[in-house]
Design a protein around this ligand. Sequence first.
Ligand SMILES: CC(=O)CC(=O)SCCNC(=O)CCNC(=O)[C@H](O)C(C)(C)COP(=O)(O)OP(=O)(O)OC[C@H]1O[C@@H](n2cnc3c(N)ncnc32)[C@H](O)[C@@H]1OP(=O)(O)O
Ligand SMILES: NC(=O)C1=CN([C@@H]2O[C@H](COP(=O)(O)OP(=O)(O)OC[C@H]3O[C@@H](n4cnc5c(N)ncnc54)[C@H](OP(=O)(O)O)[C@@H]3O)[C@@H](O)[C@H]2O)C=CC1
Length: 290
Amino acid sequence: MINKVGVIGAGQMGNGIAHVMAVAGIDVVLKDVSNEQLEKGLKVIETNLQRQVGRGKLTEEEMASALTRINPTITDDLMSDVDLVVEAATENEEIKKVILADICVKLKPETIIATNTSSISVTRLAAVTDRPDQFMGMHFMNPVPVMQLVELIRGIATNEETFEKVKQLTTRLNKTPTPAEDFPAFIVNRILLPMINEAVYTLYEGVGSVRAIDTAMRLGANHPMGPLQLADFIGLDVCLAIMQVLYEGLADTKYRPCPLLVKYVEAGWLGQKSGRGFYDYTGDEPVPTR
Ligand SMILES: CC(=O)CC(=O)SCCNC(=O)CCNC(=O)[C@H](O)C(C)(C)COP(=O)(O)OP(=O)(O)OC[C@H]1O[C@@H](n2cnc3c(N)ncnc32)[C@H](O)[C@@H]1OP(=O)(O)O
Ligand SMILES: NC(=O)C1=CN([C@@H]2O[C@H](COP(=O)(O)OP(=O)(O)OC[C@H]3O[C@@H](n4cnc5c(N)ncnc54)[C@H](OP(=O)(O)O)[C@@H]3O)[C@@H](O)[C@H]2O)C=CC1
């Protein structure tokens, strides 16, 4: 039974994962590289818990006890007795490999390691650890407290006990697990990201403005967010990283990242998190930039 979880990375996904674990009664060690990032992450968790209290989904007491279950840290000391680690750091294979190689030596032998990667090979990440058989992908969707799905990805060495334990945990979080094979970007992002990339090409080629493209897909295809708004929400750096994994991993030009997406990331225009992407978020309402 998984009762204590370590989450590495307190960004938008890491804080959401810590949130849903704590609400489910699981103790959480939340690790990031700086206290500043941790404070930011904890603030977001508090705001999102408060939102759930406001909508009658949680009581004040449930919110308070969820918050006491989350232990922020910048060291690995508190990881020694966790039952599961969920790695949710930056979508960069080299960064993830260093984190994973470092963490596994601090853990109990039976601890399971999961990665929340959006696209990178689970088998390759597993290979840098001392326990590829107890390693798998546990891919939450953004925003974590709201989205129902968790993709579960076996690496080539993942054993059945590990898969079953993580599947049971997903159900305990009130989420729906779905299996996906270890191919670049798995299922959701294999389908979603080329659509977002195509929306950026549609903008790049002048077929429509930001507002026109997003309105077209919201009202014409009933998507809850337009693709450019969704790209800003995911983070343009994350979108580009996923497209690069698809492009390199499947060696097919249909996955070529749109040059405009590349330029935006080079400019530091990463979407909501940096204050500017396809929209400008510095005012009261997001304003399209093109
Ligand atoms: C990149 C990857 O690797 C994989 C991915 O995650 S891809 C991205 C997948 N996510 C999506 O596609 C999200 C698409 N967007 C949506 O589904 C919706 O726009 C949305 C759920 C984000 C917001 O919905 P909305 O109807 O516009 O807003 P709103 O009515 O305010 O919120 C709906 C619910 O979400 C909650 N919510 C909204 N934003 C939230 C956030 N950032 N964090 C936590 N909760 C949030 C609200 O509290 C509300 O909860 P209840 O239904 O329990 O009352
Ligand atoms: N954004 C999304 O919609 C989704 C993203 N994902 C995946 O989740 C993961 C995280 O993405 P997301 O939360 O968006 O990214 P963010 O950039 O919001 O968060 C990443 C966090 O990891 C931290 N970090 C970087 N290096 C380390 C390290 N060595 N040790 C601990 N923490 C570290 C970063 O700190 P700092 O900023 O200081 O570098 C940052 O706080 C990625 O693999 C991504 O692909 C999965 C589903 C959806």
